[in-house]
Unconditional design. Structure first.
Length: 326
């Protein structure tokens, strides 16, 4: 079994768990996970980790993402997407009054750092239970707003399938934890006509985009469905530090090594090119413990930046050691 990543172009109608199950059969192991869910109606980039690479996934969950989507103005649904029942509909006169200029202005107000209330049918846990389970059981789920960053929310095309509906094709670039469904809902609310998603395609997760994604059928036809072995995956997602034999040995024993002046979390490869660890540097005063925290949805705290920082006599400590896993 090869440890590494498979970048899947998820088909519509499949849950992320369905895709994981299929990959388990293809790879012949249960050690498969994903770096951020996609709703069943959504398509596009789903990053899967196999074997030792499953330990890498929460760092990839934290990366920024890009989407192409279609927002339908004129109707609000119970799930903020096309899978839910329509709960309100605007009149044809009200929808006709909505102009392209007004749509772009409302989108601009939803761009940048914002406080967003996630969809009630999201996977966020409320007292240990997923919000969508509570919502589908008839509970009135109220989720708190949380900070997200919408770097881009642009209108690409407009269309009016009938007098009471106004479709907007959009492109979104956003931080971890941003719900595109919630953007559609809030755009419709701001315009006074309601809104929901009718299509969603994830085009990028961090450094991985549709150009590297394969369909499940494509992966099934390969002798090995892992398209990015672990060292290649690390090179794609993080700044890289090449270690010598002595440094590799020290890390395998759980000891820190000298700093190299790299900022953020970065990858360390052994003399033979094998994956050794993820490292983070301190100023010599830290406790060497990684926080291991993510938001469970998808941001960039785990992304290694190639920017330089002064080493100042600090130490590079392991956030995650692959060598210890064998």
């Amino acid at each position: 079994m090869t440890s590494g990543l498979a970048i899947v172009d998820k088909p519509a109608g499949w849950t992320s768990h369905d895709v994981v199950g299929r990959m388990r059969r293809l790879a012949g192991t249960r050690r498969v996970g994903h770096a951020g869910t996609l709703d069943p109606m959504a398509t596009g980039v789903l990053v899967l980790g196999v074997g030792a690479a499953t330990r890498l996934l929460h760092h990839l969950v934290l990366t920024d993402k890009s989407y192409d989507a279609t927002v339908r103005l004129g109707q609000a649904t119970a799930t903020d997407d096309a899978d839910g029942d329509v709960v309100s509909a605007a009149t044809a006169a009200d929808v006709t009054d909505v102009t392209e200029v007004a749509v772009r202005a409302a989108m601009s107000a939803l761009t940048g750092p914002i406080q967003q209330v996630p969809s009630a049918v999201s996977a966020i846990k409320v007292d240990g239970e997923r919000a969508y389970k509570r919502a589908r059981a008839g509970e009135d789920v109220q989720l708190a707003a949380r900070p997200v960053v919408v770097a881009r929310f642009d209108a690409l095309r407009f269309g009016r399938p009938d007098a009471a509906l106004f479709d907007v094709d959009v492109r979104v670039e956003c931080s971890s934890g941003t719900y595109v469904r919630a953007l559609a809902r809030d755009l419709g609310a701001a315009l006074g006509v309601g809104g929901h998603l009718t299509a969603l395609r994830r085009t990028r997760v961090g450094p991985f985009d549709l150009t590297t994604a394969r369909t499940l059928a494509d992966l099934a036809a390969l002798p090995d469905p892992v398209t990015l072995p672990l060292p290649d995956a690390l090179r794609a997602a993080f700044a890289v530090r090449q270690l010598d034999a002595a440094q590799t040995r020290e890390l395998s024993f759980g000891r820190p090594i000298e700093a190299a002046g790299l900022a953020g979390t970065y990858a360390a490869l052994g003399p033979d090119g094998s994956a050794v660890a993820l490292l983070r540097e301190d100023d010599g005063k830290g406790d060497g413990k990684g926080d291991g925290k993510g938001d469970g949805d998808g941001g960039d705290a785990g992304r290694g930046d190639a920017g330089r920082g002064g080493s100042g006599g600090g130490r590079a400590r392991a956030v995650l050691v692959f060598a210890a896993a064998g």
